[in-house]
Design a protein around this ligand. Structure first.
Ligand code: PEP
Ligand code: MG
Length: 753
């Protein structure tokens, strides 16, 4: 039965439904009546356009009626059930509210016809007792999103339309078809590697639904103090009970504990208590303010810190309610599904059962990701609307290698995931076996395999595979994990720790490469329209020379008695390199004057990531000791194609003959100048792509730890001379991708790619 209760007290849902009843009784055709109805719905619901899709006998959702004063061509829009956001609403039978439709994982872009970018959408299924017969959507520009309460109102309106007698003969998607247990694959980002298969368990942060006001201010204030004390003690116990915490993770938990005792946070809550709120209401109030504040900033890295604050608020509410731990009945192989998690929240769960984690939010530097990596738990993050897709008890595959999750996987997908898990285990065993073999191709050409690292925890791969050293140490990660800028003393400790853990392996430190997608929250004042083209890499270090000078000072101090290799990121012009080098040299001279013990040597390298630098390479090569090609950035600037944007990122291939020719040119220039060159972008980590790079003459590759084992296997099986001949002839003609040719080469020559 239709409920006529408005979702928001002052919204006249009742009178709107009456108006619609009158309109739909008019003598015009069904189409005209529905178009009038959509116009009225749009106006009353604050929308600029409305569409009514009905199901066709061949299982498509087609626009049946539309009110859209600006665009007419979308009236032909057609979606298969499950396709696009409209198809998603029909297949799940759930209403949806999206602030920007293009962020929805099911978004289906079809210029001029179907779902448009930069739109906010409110949609609800037309649910009749027979099942779903269509979908009603309202649209606005993304700058004018719908309020949450309108979702309920739209559900009532679409239920009303679904009950129209004229629609009774339209085809219907039965609830069974709509709720099919069919496999759904979602792409997110990998936050911790590994693969897990298990059962979904939804993590619910503690919520509180009791009295908001109290006259007894002193009692409430004491309760809050006591709860905070208990919480901090409990966090300490948690840290103590987590064995083998490496230094970095200790730092993470220490900074989390620091937030727990943060005076500003506690003062804000106490202020609300003074105004008459209960301790619980004060916690909630501050939590809501923090959320709003972070939502306005809208930055991904800051969201990492927000999850710590959210975690702490939930934890504090739990202590106020007298429960200090989560005691849950977990499935034996649990995949924790959450909007977001704090590091301690993850540690609250019994680690024997947690096989994987999936988050709606999450960033690479989030503390939970770092803790999960240390505990070897695969994590995938940034799956929008995750909690509307997954239910408790769903079977899930978490692929922390590819950054995907599969809900209700097919038997084949499960089989494939289990094979991948076995392969990872085998690879770990194989790595041990391979570690004793020299890294050379089948025809005896030595290849220098190095490691990309960003945390000391990555360094165990050095010994595991006897990798030659660290080809790229990304120094920015500790900066991004902290809540304030690490001073020279702290930085010296960090770099010393890295060098100690790397034992005698050489380490190439890249100076701070922040900006773009790597924001350091406490120092960011600028908001770039195009961050990837904006204030990042060496540009930041040269504008804020105290950063570069401080980092150089710390690196010089930490490298006493060792060789210091420095690499500058995102250099676009030779003058930037010269300026950066001059600053480092001044620090060196200063250390010498102060009689600070110096490193054994200091060598300078530059990342080749910007095409403009390639045109200055002949001059640059006379002034540097080594170069490293960062294919991640170089590729995106070469094709003017944002690699994180799925709409364009699949259009160009790193294995296109044009990009490979470009890489060949760089490599030949380095050889002529006798300057060592390596590749440290992701391209080097995929065996068949690395095959192409080796065939171009790059004999030094720097890759992530997990990629190194399979890469070495490929190298050992590669007849390099033949690969070079193949590449020379393949590059004579134009091809958008040589992938298939390379795979065919690998197959005939039994190369293990
Ligand atoms: C690159 O751009 O290829 C690179 C290695 O740098 P990062 O991925 O850290 O930007
Ligand atoms: Mg880069």
């Amino acid at each position: 039965m239709l409920s006529l209760v408005s979702s928001q007290a002052n919204f006249p849902l009742h009178s709107l439904l009456q108006k619609l009843t009158e309109l739909l009784k008019m003598p015009q055709t069904l189409l005209s009546r529905l178009t009038f109805a959509l116009k009225t719905i749009s106006e009353e619901m604050g929308a600029e356009a409305a569409f009514l899709y009905l199901l066709t006998p061949d299982n498509y959702l087609e626009v049946f009626a539309a009110y859209d004063p600006t665009l007419h061509d979308r009236h032909t829009a057609r979606f298969r059930v499950g396709e696009g956001v409209v198809g998603f609403i029909a297949s799940t039978g759930k209403s949806i509210i999206c602030d920007n439709i293009s962020h929805h994982p099911n978004f289906f872009y079809c210029p001029g016809v179907a779902e448009q970018t930069n739109l906010s959408l409110l949609g609800a299924p037309l649910l009749s007792p027979r099942g779903v017969i269509g979908v009603l959507t309202l649209q606005n520009p993304a700058s004018k999103p719908f309020e949450q309460w309108r979702e309920k109102a739209l559900t009532e309106i679409s239920n009303f339309l679904a009950a129209l007698p004229e629609l009774a003969h339209f085809p219907v998607l039965t609830p069974l078809e709509g709720k099919v247990e069919r496999t759904q694959l979602f792409q997110g980002i990998p936050l911790s590697s590994g693969i897990a298969v298990g059962t979904a368990f939804i993590h619910h942060p503690h919520t509180w639904k009791e009295t908001a006001f109290s006259l007894n201010i002193k009692d409430e204030s004491d309760r809050l103090k006591r709860a905070i004390r208990e919480m901090v003690d409990a966090i300490d116990r948690l840290v103590e009970s987590t064995p083998n915490l490496e230094k970095n993770m200790q730092d993470v938990l220490a900074s989390y504990r620091m937030i727990a005792s943060d005076r500003g946070w506690i003062r804000k809550m106490q202020n609300y208590i003074q105004k008459g709120l209960t301790a619980e209401a004060a916690v909630q109030k501050v939590r809501r303010h923090t959320r709003e504040h972070y939502a306005q900033i809208g930055d991904q890295v800051l969201k990492g810190s927000l999850s710590d604050l959210e975690d702490l608020a939930s934890r504090l509410l739990r202590h106020l309610s007298g429960k200090d731990s989560v005691s849950e009945d977990l499935p034996e192989a649990t995949i924790l599904v959450a909007h977001n998690l704090g590091p301690a929240e993850l540690l609250d769960y019994d680690r024997r059962f947690i096989k994987g984690v999936v988050l709606e939010e999450g960033v690479h530097t989030a503390h939970v990701a770092i803790v999960a990596r240390a505990l070897d738990i695969p994590v995938v993050g940034r799956i929008p609307f995750l909690l509307t897709h997954v239910n408790k008890g769903d079977k899930l595959i978490v692929d922390g290698e590819e950054g995907t999750i599969t809900i209700s996987p097919s038997t084949d997908a499960l089989q494939e995931a289990r094979e991948k898990i076995t392969k990872i285990k085998k690879n770990q065993a194989l790595n041990k076996e391979l570690s004793n073999k020299p890294c050379q191709t089948l025809d005896g050409i030595p290849v220098s395999l190095m490691l990309n690292a960003g945390l000391p925890i990555d360094l165990h791969h050095l010994e595991e595979l006897r990798i030659e050293g660290v080809g790229l140490y990304r120094t920015e990660i500790p900066f991004m994990m902290r809540s304030s800028f690490p001073d020279v003393k702290i930085q010296t400790e960090i770099y010393r720790d890295v060098l100690d853990q790397a034992k005698d392996y050489p380490v190439t430190f890249r100076t701070l490469d922040i900006g773009g997608d790597k924001i350091v929250p406490y120092m960011w004042r600028v908001s770039d329209e195009n961050p990837v083209l904006g204030w990042r890499g060496i540009r930041v270090s040269l504008d804020k020379t105290t950063i570069l000078r401080g980092q150089a000072r710390a690196l010089i101090r930490a490298s006493q008695g060792k060789n210091l290799r420095l690499l500058f990121p995102l250099v676009s012009d030779i003058s930037e390199y010269r300026e950066a080098r001059r600053h480092v040299q001044q620090e060196w001279d200063r250390a010498q004057e102060n009689q600070t013990p110096l490193p054994l040597s200091l060598t300078y390298g530059v990342m080749i990531e910007v095409p403009s630098l390639v045109e200055q390479l002949d001059v640059l090569l006379k002034e540097v000791d080594f170069v490293s090609v960062g294919t991640n950035d170089l590729f995106q600037f070469f094709y003017a194609c944002d690699r994180t944007n799925p709409i364009v990122s699949n259009r160009y291939d790193i294995l296109s003959s044009s990009f490979l020719r470009y890489l060949r040119k760089i490599r030949n220039m380095c050889e002529e100048a006798n300057v060592p060159v390596s590749i440290c972008g992701e391209a080097a980590g995929k065996p068949f792509q690395a095959l192409a790079l080796l065939a171009l003459g790059y004999h030094s590759l720097s890759v992530s730890g997990p990629a190194a084992g399979s890469l070495k296997k490929m190298i050992l099986s590669l007849p390099l001379k033949e690969a070079e001949a193949f590449m020379t002839s393949a590059l004579e003609t134009y091809s958008p991708s040589l992938k298939e040719d390379l795979l065919a080469f690998a197959k005939t020559h039994k190369v293990e790619v």
